[in-house]
Design a protein around this ligand. Sequence first.
Ligand code: SIN
Ligand code: MN
Length: 216
Amino acid sequence: MGLKTVSGQGKTRMAEASALDLNGVAVHPGYLDAGAQAAMVEDLRGVIRAAPLYAPVTPSGKPMSVRMTAAGRYGWFTDRKGYRYEERHPAGGAWPAIPESVLSVWRDLVSAERMPDCCLVNFYAEGARMGLHQDRDEADFTWPVLSISLGDEALFRVGGTARKDPTRSVWLRSGDVAVMGGAARLAYHGIDRVRPGSSALLPKGGRINLTLRVVD
Ligand code: SIN
Ligand code: MN
C-alpha cells in the first residue's frame, strides 16, 4: 500500500489553507477553478457516453432519485440483490477509465502512490437527494473517500459514525472538494437538496458528484 497523506498537512496549495472542517470532513471550497471544472465536465461526457447514467434501485426496491454511473476498475452498484461493487456496467461493458483530470485531484489531496479503483458518478436533477448513509462497502477504511462537486449547489449534511449523532450542514458549490478520511471516513452523510439554477456549468442544469474510493 502506498504512502498516505492526511489532508491539510504538509501541503502548499492555497486551497489547503482554506479547508473547512465539517465534523471531521475536510471541505476545500473552490478547489477547482472554472476552467478545471469545464475540462472535467468534458471528460465526464466521455465517461457517460461509454457508460450511460442509469436509474439505480435500493435493495428494498425503492428507486433512487439520483442517476448513476462509474469509471474505474469497479463501479459501486445497487439493485434488489444489494449494495456492492461490480466490474461491469449493467449494460455489460467494462467501466471506462477514470479521467486524468479527476485522478489529479486524488493525487493532490490523498496519495500519489495508490490510485482509486472507483469513481462513482451521481447526477442530481432538480428534486434529487441522497439520504444519510455511510460509505462502507470498501475493504480498507484507512483510505479516504474524496468527493468532487460540479454544477448546482447542494446541501451536504455530515454526522458522526452513529446514525443518531448530531449533524452539521454546508452548501457544496461547483468546484468544491470534500475529503472524508480518518475518524470521518465512516461518518453518516447525505444531500438534503440541490438548488436549481445556482450554477451555469451544466447547460441543462443539475449537479454531478464524483466520489473516488479505494475498493480492495
Ligand atoms: C454520496 O455520498 O455518494 C454523494 C455525496 C454527494 O453527492 O455530495
Ligand atoms: Mn456516500
